[in-house]
Write a protein that binds this ligand. Structure first.
Ligand code: PEP
Length: 247
């Protein structure tokens, strides 16, 4: 799967242009493997603009609960608006909003209750990476977020090294492949039903490097921030992914 994470970007006009270009140019056979996570305010608009397609729509975050929590959006509301999935634990949520693994676990449970597919984002900081702690950090992020939860078939993890997001610095594709294999093992060993997750890579994916990532065995797709804001550039990445998975 390839997911566009628009973060706090977009407007009614720019979204309209993006969707028109996307729908006219996205290969039909791949469209159900594409997800778009616009701002929560724009989900209804994007749903409408893309209603004739099988593209998946997601929300970038949900609160763990609904009710008296001013400013929040809960899983049921996102599902009611037509979302298929929710990102959980993006590093910007962890860093800027101080979200901890214990809260992310509640969010995963809430997503399942609302019938939303949770996409758990994990990743180490530059300092953790340089100290050689990547695997330990990822293991604890996963274990604390999914222990004793019945995760379902299709559970997805997005591995996004914090130091690769929006920086142009990326790990070597082969190194990511090894990390993804590790993530699959950790999730599987936590899963009560032996579920093996899909693992997406995120962090400075562009047209020029995407083929190197997507040809790796354990990289099941990508979570794309900056390069997804331009429909043309996003489509180039989608086309590369499409060619590789239909080969
Ligand atoms: C992201 O924030 O999820 C992301 C991958 O961003 P970028 O592609 O801009 O590095």
């Amino acid at each position: 799967m390839i997911i566009a994470n628009w973060k706090a970007n977009g407007s009614l006009l720019s979204n309209q242009k993006w969707c028109k270009f996307f729908i006219e140019n996205c290969p039909k056979e791949i469209i159900s493997n594409i997800g778009i996570a616009p701002s929560a305010l724009h989900i209804g608009q994007i749903k409408k603009l893309l209603e004739s397609s099988d593209v998946k729509i997601g929300i970038q975050d949900i609160d763990a609960e609904g009710g008296p929590r001013t400013g929040s959006i809960c899983g049921e509301m996102a599902a009611d608006t037509g979302c298929d999935f929710t990102l959980i634990g993006h590093s910007e949520r962890r860093i800027l909003f101080k979200e901890k693994n214990v809260l992310l676990k509640q969010k995963i449970e809430s997503a399942y209750q609302a019938n939303l597919q949770p996409i758990l984002c994990i990743g180490e900081t530059l300092e953790e990476n340089e100290q050689g702690n990547t695997m330990d950090i990822l293991k604890s992020q996963i274990e604390e977020a999914i222990s004793n939860i019945t995760i379902k078939e299709g559970f997805t993890v997005a591995y996004e090294p914090v130091w690769a997001i929006g920086t142009g610095n990326t790990p070597k594709p082969n190194d990511i492949n090894v990390i993804h294999e590790f993530i699959k093992d950790v999730v599987q060993s936590q899963s009560l039903d032996d579920v093996v997750p899909s693992v997406l890579y995120g962090g400075s994916i562009h047209e020029s490097n995407s083929e190197d990532f997507f040809t790796e065995k354990n990289i099941d797709g990508g979570l794309i921030g900056g390069a997804s804001l331009d429909a043309k550039e996003f489509l180039k990445i989608v086309n590369i992914y499409s060619r590789l998975i239909t080969q």
